[in-house]
Design a protein around this ligand. Structure first.
Ligand SMILES: NC(=O)c1ccc[n+]([C@@H]2O[C@H](COP(=O)([O-])OP(=O)(O)OC[C@H]3O[C@@H](n4cnc5c(N)ncnc54)[C@H](O)[C@@H]3O)[C@@H](O)[C@H]2O)c1
Ligand SMILES: O=c1ccn([C@@H]2O[C@H](COP(=O)(O)OP(=O)(O)O[C@H]3O[C@H](CO)[C@@H](O)[C@H](O)[C@H]3O)[C@@H](O)[C@H]2O)c(=O)[nH]1
Length: 449
């Protein structure tokens, strides 16, 4: 089938390449000419494991092409996926719907025959209803130009796998025709036996925001437990393992640390709470404000701990920050806890050096005042404190003994609970992890914090 994918960012570029992998003829559309030029030349403008290979393969098969022209898009296909951003609005918690509206406004006037526009962006409940009316009003095809809502659940770092083998597909549809077309698009995925849930628009929209709210709540729950552990000397990692054995709770998404960042969970819980307030049901989601607050307090905790490890005054101290991306296996630095902490310590006067395996270009562009190194080994030279803030495998595999000779003081804060404390302590490091008793190289608890 011929499809277009409008908006070729993290979601759209992945969706476009994966749809080509399923056998469709795909035209990717974006208003950013540089992005389209890059994709056309076979260069993925961001890092996502496995995606470059799909891009290469399907530019070669001719099943994947790119354009900036909506006219060309409308003529190319009857099914159009809309994957543009829905960032947090400036000055409020609500989602900025400018881009999803702009897609309808740009595409609809070219839709002279039957068409299905499929929203994949994460939007406040009620958006699809509004867009459906806008589409029918602006398209020459009138009601022949239909809307569907098909929220996306992929995780960065696993985007290709999550698209080709999702846990479920959710289709918000208003007609048998829309459902049939989407079943045809996803036929190879459905053939793997994954669950398909069809729903009305508001339910489809809410499934997405509810899923992200639940995931964020789970992370903030364990981080709230970390706060209690810090006040009592208990160990949150043992606690998480123990409660995670209960299948009703589950072990996943219980990693305590500096909390969630990225282009999704933080802005999505804020937009969800803001939407609930608009709907007069603000109290139902008031807890999401606390989820947000717990999350941000974890960043404060690392900043405070680092200050204390620098004898109260980080001015002039050298701080090595391992990690800039909001999570490993991604170069995405949107709302990255690592960079937030790095900036705050820089503003305190610390000499901060950042290293990340993939996010250096993005970090340098947006945070030009921070120092950067080309490797973890280089970043830690003369450091008074090392902060581990994004759990790349490369950092887990570091040799603490080799790093020990490079730093000024052997102090590490594991903000992701991912390093092997015993290995680091055996190499003479004082080891601090969130929600766990700090331990000195002598194996005794350090109560510096
Ligand atoms: N990134 C993820 O992992 C992920 C996963 C699931 C859902 N989502 C949701 O998907 C949406 C997109 O997220 P993203 O991370 O891909 O954002 P992004 O910023 O990486 O990509 C958005 C793209 O849309 C383009 N664009 C903006 N206006 C346009 C227009 N009028 N016409 C065509 N293109 C336009 C931009 O140039 C950009 O390339 C958001 O709603 C997000 O919440 C993202
Ligand atoms: O136990 C955990 C798990 C995750 N995180 C952090 O939470 C954030 C989000 O992680 P993850 O959910 O894996 O990444 P995203 O790519 O942002 O994916 C989320 O947001 C997407 C966009 O809406 C959804 O599609 C996905 O289903 C949803 O998991 C990252 O900063 C992680 O470091 C933790 O702190 N502890």
């Amino acid at each position: 089938m011929r499809l277009t994918v409008i908006g070729t960012g993290y979601l759209g570029a992945t969706h476009a390449a994966c749809m080509a992998e399923l056998g469709h003829d795909v035209l990717g559309v974006d208003i950013d000419p540089d992005k389209i030029a890059s994709l056309r030349s076979g260069r993925l403008p961001f890092y996502e494991p496995g995606l470059q290979e799909l891009l290469d393969r399907h530019i070669a098969t001719g099943r994947l092409r790119f354009t900036t022209s909506y006219e060309e898009a409308a003529a190319f296909a009857r099914v159009h996926f809309s994957c543009v951003g829905t960032p947090q609005s400036r000055g409020s918690d609500a989602a900025d719907l400018t881009y999803v509206d702009a897609v309808i406004d740009a595409l609809a006037p070219h839709l002279t025959g039957p068409a299905l526009v499929v929203g994949k962006s994460t939007v406040p409940v009620g958006t699809a209803d509004r867009l459906a009316a806008r589409l029918a009003a602006l398209a020459p095809a009138g009601a022949g130009a239909e809307l569907a809502w098909n929220p996306e659940f992929l995780r960065e770092g696993f985007a290709v796998r999550d698209t080709l083998r999702p846990d479920r597909l959710v289709l918000g549809v208003r007609s048998d025709r829309a459902e049939a077309l989407l079943r045809e698009v996803y036929a190879p995925v459905l053939a793997t036996g994954i669950p398909l849930i069809t729903a009305d628009f508001p339910t489809a929209e809410l499934v997405k925001t509810a899923a992200n709210a639940f995931l964020a709540t789970k992370i903030s729950f364990i981080n709230a437990m970390a706060e209690v552990c810090e006040a009592t000397g208990a160990d949150v990692s043992v606690l998480a393992t123990a409660i995670g054995h209960d299948e009703r709770i589950g072990a996943r998404f219980l990693r305590a640390g500096v909390g969630f960042g990225g282009g999704c969970l933080p802005k999505d819980i804020r937009a969800f709470a803001a939407r609930a307030e608009e709907l007069g049901t603000g109290r139902s989601l008031a807890f999401l404000k606390e989820v947000d607050a717990v999350n941000l307090r974890r960043r404060d905790r690392v900043v405070d701990l680092t200050r204390r490890l620098c004898a109260g005054d980080p001015a002039g101290a050298r701080v090595a920050v391992l990690g800039a991306a909001f999570k490993p296996d991604s170069d995405d630095i949107r709302d990255s806890p690592a960079l937030d902490i790095a900036v705050r310590l820089h503003l305190d006067g610390a000499d901060v050096t950042v290293y990340d395996p993939q996010a250096m270009d993005n970090a340098r562009k947006t945070h030009p005042l921070l120092g950067y190194a080309l490797s973890a080994e280089e970043a830690v030279v003369d450091a008074d404190v090392v902060l581990h803030l994004t759990e790349w495998r490369e950092f887990r595999d570091l040799d603490p003994a080799a790093l020990a000779s490079r730093v000024r003081a052997r102090r590490i804060v594991d903000g992701r609970g991912a390093l092997d404390a015993d290995r680091w302590m055996a190499a003479g490091w004082d080891f601090h992890a969130l929600g766990r008793p700090a331990r000195s190289s002598a194996g005794t608890a350090v109560r510096a914090e």
